[in-house]
Design a protein around this ligand. Sequence first.
Ligand code: OAD
Length: 232
Amino acid sequence: MKKLVVLTGSGVSSESGLKTFRDSGGLWENFDVMEVASYAGWLKNMELVLKFYNDRRAQLKNAVPNMAHDILVELEQYFDVQIITQNVDNLHERAGSKNVLHLHGILTQARSCEVPDLIYDIGYNPINPGDKCEKGFQLRPNIVWFGEAVPAIEQAALITAEAEIFVVIGTSMVVYPAAGLIDYVPKNCPIFLIDPNDVAVPIYRHIHFIREKAGTGVIQLKDKLISDHQRL
Ligand code: OAD
């Protein structure tokens, strides 16, 4: 099976009712990113940061995967699909995708502030001030904040370098290092991009731009990939 690597951002979950970050009405319009998604913000106001992610987690509990998530699962019948997501929701997994790598962490886990390897599944429960790891340190969301290292990026780069088809869905491609993954896509590998709006992508690569929302766009992608697949 050909290796199909899919890089997703918040736009893929938009039709599940979860907000994107930088669109009009997006999360960063109502919250100061450095207050709620940085270690400096955490030190300044832990309660605010915990509430921000507790609210996201509670909302995620009631969200369901949409058509785009579902079709990416169907594509596993034809391709070796690997998803690399910037999203902290678990909708790809809940749809049934087998291979999902989270670059920015996941809402359903907490981790120790002082011992990063101590990670706990918390489902949709809140993290409260005073909730501690087994070593007695405060728990925080297992989310990569601005200014922090992205531990999964090397693995993501290795996966991307083996892509035979590369697809980008619903990300503005402005946050690094995730956005830089496109530079690892092999030269002859076709790149598809699904987004209703313009996206910052390198001009030196030919990109098949499907200017649609994720659900409709992924249906078009599936039809194209499967007809190409059957022609081979
Ligand atoms: P952005 O808000 O920057 O970009 C969302 C993208 O989704 C835009 O290109 C939109 O045009 C597109 N979009 C909107 N609705 C869509 C739909 N229905 N279908 C498809 N696309 C749609 O969000 P991200 O690129 O995901 O990081 O943001 C990247 C990172 O910045 C996030 O992981 C988060 C954020 O700060 C951290 O918190 C560390």
